[in-house]
Design a protein around this ligand. Structure first.
Ligand SMILES: N[C@H](CCC[C@H](N)C(=O)O)C(=O)O
Length: 282
């Protein structure tokens, strides 16, 4: 009976199954494994499946798959979990880790309290605004406070890439945000040839926002690290906040800074919950 050892982790309730590809032989199609392992009834259950793999250009490589099997270029909460696990499994020695991703090299730094990882601070790189980089179709080079027509209604959206695509919608009250009604319609909107993540943002003051998120390939999740980065960039770019913002999510906060060097830094926790053995024949 083929088995796969995994570690279950989460970043503010955005949870992941992580597989150490330095130790486990992965002979199955990764997208199919994601669909099965992420299933909350027939599998382990998570918002994503993450592989830690050898890299030719960095300390290690991250591959991240959504529960629907689609592969994402970036995963902010996931890379914090990956960094903690890589350190605790001895795959890396230093606290600053270079991770190869489909979005380029991303650099998490472990913040220790004694010998325990208390937080992870990630240089998430630079935001990209050109439609061709998001990718996004439509008029004009960028989509900043741009009108988006959905079933006859016009929504104002600020769209950008953090390596993965994001569509940010500002709402007056987060509790009333149409996450499950509008989220999937925007995720699959024809203007997004590779679909998109959708962030709903209530700006509380220039230093704090509240966020709910409909994720590409996953649906509504409790948190989205790359989405929080995109939300802060969109908020600052449109004059709603400063560039250093606390993002309030249902299970806690992320500290995001769009720094003067144009890199976006995200700080937050990475919780290690349990280890397990998945039976591949199930
Ligand atoms: N659903 C996302 C990947 C996971 C991103 C999110 N969990 C994060 O923490 O950044 C996408 O398809 O781009």
């Amino acid at each position: 009976m083929g088995t796969l050892r995994f570690t279950k982790m989460h970043g503010l309730g955005n949870d992941f199954v992580l597989v150490n590809g330095f130790r486990e032989r992965i002979e199955r199609d990764m997208a199919e494994l994601a669909r099965r392992l992420c299933d909350r009834r027939f599998g382990v259950g998570s918002d994503g499946l993450i592989f830690l793999l050898p890299s030719q250009v960095a300390d290690l490589k991250m591959r991240m798959f959504n529960p629907d099997g689609s592969e994402a270029e970036m995963c902010g909460n996931g890379i914090r979990c990956l960094a903690r696990l890589a350190y605790e499994e001895g795959l890396v020695q230093g606290r600053v880790i270079r991770v190869e991703t489909l979005a380029g090299i991303v650099v998490p730094e472990l913040i220790l309290e004694g010998d325990k990882v208390s937080q992870v601070r990630v240089d998430m790189g630079e935001p990209r605004f050109f439609r061709r980089e998001i990718p996004m179709l439509g008029e004009g080079d960028t989509a900043i406070e741009a009108p988006l027509e959905v079933n006859g209604e016009i929504w104002e959206a600020t769209c950008l890439s953090m390596g993965n695509p994001h569509c940010v919608i500002f709402v007056p009250r987060i509790e009333e945000a149409p996450v499950t009604e509008l989220g999937p319609k925007l995720e699959y909107h024809p203007l997004f040839p590779q679909r998109t993540n959708v962030e709903f943002i209530e700006v509380q003051n220039p230093g704090e926002i509240k966020m709910r998120v409909w994720e590409r390939g996953a649906g509504e999740t409790l948190a989205c690290g790359s989405g929080a980065c995109a939300a802060v960039v969109a908020s600052a770019l449109t004059g709603r906040t400063k560039r250093k913002v606390v993002v309030h999510l249902p299970a806690g906060d992320l500290q995001i800074e769009w720094a003067a060097n144009n890199h976006v830094f995200m700080s937050g926790p990475a919780a290690r919950v349990f280890e397990g053995l998945y039976y591949l024949e199930t």
